[in-house]
Design a protein around this ligand. Structure first.
Ligand SMILES: [Zn+2]
Length: 387
């Protein structure tokens, strides 16, 4: 019998998906009810700068010990939500769940940066990017993580993130829906047994994903980042799998990505539970992430000035901005490229041949301007683009 079947898991996904949590923005107060109803063992392992608890959930009875953390960057919730689905799957009776839980014990820190989560920022409350703070240890939260790793005697670590919408796979026109990295431990980017172990786990995750979203898996370059979390844990001897959840077409809340992230995590858990030497040689054949996407491209727009007119392409990138007065997050487009964008792709790619931009505030569009005009059902740049 095949223990792991990605296609069957996708078919059954709604049976084990944790209901709700459908928005990409996941803050502490929205997350709290999940912890309160969760029946797994849990422990508060520290507090954030703003004194919010950082919790750890534990499942499984096996000898192999794993630590998984998410939302080290507060605005990156897809890994958290995928792990909710994974834990829901493991808590329902199945052969795969039993196989995993007998072999591994999983500690999961679901929101390492609750202060950042509350205001939808990457950084912590004092503005530190925890993923560049391993050496200086100026953020309270990175110390909570490092302490946990040092006392947990872990065999494998998983560092769950979200990546921006700009990434494609290799030179293709497909988005990098999931990307991975087996982080380096030195400038020479050498491959030792620790990295090989990480690469083998990523191979298993990639194999599952290729069955579901062929061509939509990328790999980060193994450039060594001396201040980064994964690089330093690898240096300390811990295989550390970096998972970057990315864009799936028309899925800005990342619920499709969440599903694929969850199934990829189950594939990793099954591989670790089954054990044996993991094949790692194909890792380098996963195409690298390219940067070909913008959220919207409008091509061949006529720019009408007072004396001159010209045609150009406008590229728009979405920022997810937290508004304190309404305590909400809005996706706002900004003009981020102007000129020849033939080599780039838009998640929404529009022909603007029939469109003329005239009489904006400065008569012409400029980099960084808010893009709130209307094309079809899309609101892009205020008022000044007409047919
Ligand atoms: Zn991140």
């Amino acid at each position: 019998m095949k223990i792991f079947d990605a296609i069957a898991l996708e078919k059954r996904y709604l049976e084990f998906r944790e209901s709700g949590y459908d928005q990409k923005w996941l803050n502490f107060s929205d997350f709290q009810p999940y912890l309160e109803k969760q029946t797994l063992d849990q422990e508060i392992i520290g507090y954030s700068f703003m004194q919010l608890p950082i919790s750890k959930l534990t499942i499984g009875t096996g000898k192999k010990r794993l630590l998984i953390w998410s939302q080290m960057h507060g605005n990156e919730s897809t890994g958290t939500r995928a792990m909710m689905d994974v834990l829901a799957f493991l808590q329902k009776p199945s052969y795969l769940a039993k196989h995993i839980l007998e072999a591994v014990t999983i500690d999961f820190i679901p929101m390492l940066n609750p202060d950042g989560a509350n205001v939808n920022t990457r950084r912590n409350a004092v503005g530190i990017d925890m993923n560049r703070d391993f050496l200086a240890k100026q953020s309270i939260e990175i110390n909570v993580l490092i302490d946990q790793v040092q006392k947990g005697q872990y065999d494998v670590l998983f560092n769950l993130h979200d990546q921006r919408t700009i990434f494609n796979v290799g030179t293709s026109a497909l988005p990098a829906t999931l990307s991975f990295l087996a982080p380096s431990y030195n400038q020479a980017e050498e491959v030792n047994a620790v990295r090989q172990h990480t690469m083998g786990i990523i191979q298993a995750m990639n194999a599952a994903l290729q069955e579901l979203i062929p061509g939509q898996v990328g790999r980060y370059t193994s450039e060594f980042y001396p201040r980064s979390t994964g690089d330093n844990f690898t240096l300390m001897g811990f295989p550390t799998v970096l998972v970057e959840a990315g864009h799936f077409p028309n899925d800005y809340e990342r619920n499709q990505t969440r599903k694929y992230n969850a199934i990829a995590m189950l594939s990793a858990l099954e591989t670790i539970a089954t054990g044996g030497p993991l094949p790692f040689q194909g890792y380098e054949e996963i195409p690298q992430n390219g940067q070909r996407f913008l959220d919207i491209i409008i091509r061949n727009v006529t720019i009408q000035g007072k004396e001159n007119s010209t045609k150009t392409d406008l590229g728009i990138y979405f920022e997810e901005e937290y508004c304190p007065t309404s305590n909400s997050v809005q996706r706002i487009g900004y003009v981020n490229e102007i000129g020849d964008l033939q080599s780039l792709l838009g998640h929404l790619d529009l022909d603007g041949t029939h469109l003329t931009y005239r009489d904006g505030l400065t008569n012409i569009p400029y980099l960084g301007m808010e893009a709130n005009f209307t094309v079809g059902s899309w609101t892009l740049i205020k008022g000044h683009l007409t047919t």
